[in-house]
Structure formats: structure tokens, C-alpha cells
Design a protein around this ligand. Sequence first.
Ligand code: SF4
Length: 306
Amino acid sequence: METSTDDGVAQAGTGTEPATAVPPASLSPSRAGDFMQCPLLYRFRVIDKLPEKPSEAATRGTLVHAVLERLFDAPATERTAPRAKSLVPGQWDRLREAKPELAELFADSDEKAAGERLARWLTEAEQLVERWFTLEDPTRLEPAERELFVEARLDSGLTLRGIIDRVDVAPTGEVRIVDYKTGKAPRPEYAEGALFQMKFYALVVWRLKNVVPRRLQLVYLGSGDVLTYDPVIADLERVERKLLALWDAIRRATESGDWRPRRTKLCGWCDHQEVCPEFGGTPPPYPLPVRAPESGDAAQGRMGPD
Ligand code: SF4
């Protein structure tokens, strides 16, 4: 059986039945990012739903997010670094119960080596949690929302969806959207790409609540940096136009079956090289009906966050 994340990426399971292919119906920041990185990667994830192996880095991110979310269950004065670190083992157990396939991350015929690797990985998660306390003070925060699922339908019919790590609302009503990253902050020249996800969320909140978030805040636990941006309506209108163009390209590729691979250094992290023409592979048969491509279809693969 296969499991699937909220935005369509299948994860390796224990069964063999194929996933049913359906045309994409909505867009999340992650999947928009996939299409901009490589249209073929988007196809593999969203349409073919090819399984992907869990990774230590992504799973550590999920674990750290869970710990930071659960810490706010405690009264403000008890939201300390030792308490947060103490949540790590329990949240790891909970994660493993929910996704038994994660056990393979630390499977090793050498039990001692596997145990040491797991212990190291848990220590790294604790260090990321601890670093958060140098960047924000949870005793002074009272989030309005945590892990908030948002979904908005634009006038064009495109549905945007995603999960916002934290929403803070000031007594004045000003909204701050916060996202935790367990990696390092990007170099300044790549900041715009990092902010794309936050502007996406800001657009959704604006469309849902008719409120433009006052601040977008990315908290990088890997490097101990905080990146902020105060959006204005023109930013969100620009992102909306960008997403509509992206969605149009996705719709055309879905109908034509013409999904171009786009080889970059990020291919090193792609689980699908075996079925990628850039690496000598052949994609599985396209599971949706196709029509002849339109002349504009070649635009795919050149889209960036800006
Ligand atoms: S290996 Fe690279 S080019 Fe091929 S599907 Fe993955 S990201 Fe795209």
C-alpha cells in the first residue's frame, strides 16, 4: 500500500498496488517548486505518484516541526529548551507509529552501528530544536494557529493549498506567518526563491481573510538565521499572476503528456533518475489521456520563482 502526503508525493510502502492517476486539481508551494525545478519531477510526484524513499534530512525536519508545534501545548513559562528537547524521543516514536516505513531509515544488519546512527540523528534534531531558542522566545509567543491547513480558490478556478507552520496575530490584528526550516538560510541572491513559498501563503491568507499579512518570517534552524519580508498587495498580485502562468503550463503538460526533464545539480537529490531520460531511463507509460501539444508548451522548464 502507498501512503501520500497532503500534496501528492507518494512514499514507499509495503504493498504493490498502483496509485490511480488523476489530473492535478490544486497547487501547493512544494509542488509549484517541483514544476519550476523540473516539470518531469512534478509529473513523477503528482501524476505517476512514484514512491520515494524517506530521507534522514526530511524526516528530521518533520520531527523538529512536530516538537516545535507540541511545545506550545505547555504554559508559556514552561516552554524551555530542556522541555523542548525532552519531546524529541516521544515525537519520534509517534512519527514511526504513523509511518512504519520510516523504520528503514536506520535499518542495518549491524545493530550497534544502526543504534549509533539513530542516536546521532536524534542529537542533531535536539540541536536544531535548541537553536530555535536563540532565534525566538516561545515564552513570549501565543500562536493563533499551528500547522494550519489553508486552501483558497482563486477567481480563475485555481485552488491553492498548503500548511502554514505558525500564524501569530498581534493585539492590533496584524498577522505574521512563520515557517521553520531545518536547513541553512540561502545566500542573498537566492532569498527571492525562498520567499516564494511565504508569498504563496500570504496570497492564500489574503484571499481567504481579506487581510494582507504584515510580515512573513522564515526561521532557519540550520544556520541560526531569520529572514523576514513585509509584503504589499502588489507582491501578492505578482505571485498570483505567476501561479496562474505556472498552472497554465501544468495544465498544458497534463493534457499533452509532454513533461520535460530539466537537469540541474538538484538531480542529485531526485529519487527518479532510473526512469529519467536525462540519466538514460525511460518514464513509465503516461497514465492520462493525451492530445497533441500546443505551440506554447515548450515554455515549461524555464519558469523560476520570479
Ligand atoms: S533526475 Fe533531474 S531531470 Fe530527472 S526527473 Fe529528477 S530532477 Fe528531473
